[in-house]
Design a protein around this ligand. Sequence first.
Ligand code: 4NP
Length: 164
Amino acid sequence: MGGMERPVRVLFVCLGNICRSPLAEGAFRKLLRERGLEDRFEVDSAGTGAWHAGEPMDPRARRVLEEEGAYFPHVARQMTREDALRFDHILVMDRENLLEVLRRFPEARGKARLLLDYLGGGEVPDPYYGDLQDCREVYWMVEAACRAFLDQHGPPVADGEGGA
Ligand code: 4NP
């Protein structure tokens, strides 16, 4: 087959889709812009829960994304079965998210994994009851994991490209 491959579809998932998964989506989108790969990936985020569906992201998450030059417009939504079918990579923040995704959507088996697996393991702490600095630390953590994901799944980065 010649011609264009379809974009790789990446979905970030947390509980509320107002803090951690929007931070990860913003970090990933910024990396794609920096590497000129926006056409190669389709990116979104969702929550396992519906409590915050229809709301904008948490103001602390927004502030951190603005500080990092990674803000994007976002409306929270709950993950659906269609997401489980459609996305190639479903990157979740903690084990509870992973269990919930797999319990509700067996279709996600083999696609859903912890985002921090790309950084050697662990869970992204929930900053909901934390402060702005906790949100910043979450951003740095998910940004590093997104970088590792992209190093693995993106096209090779030539020497002298993609630095700083
Ligand atoms: P998130 O944070 O999963 O990172 O978006 C949370 C947002 C809302 C709640 C918990 C965590 N909540 O309990 O409403």
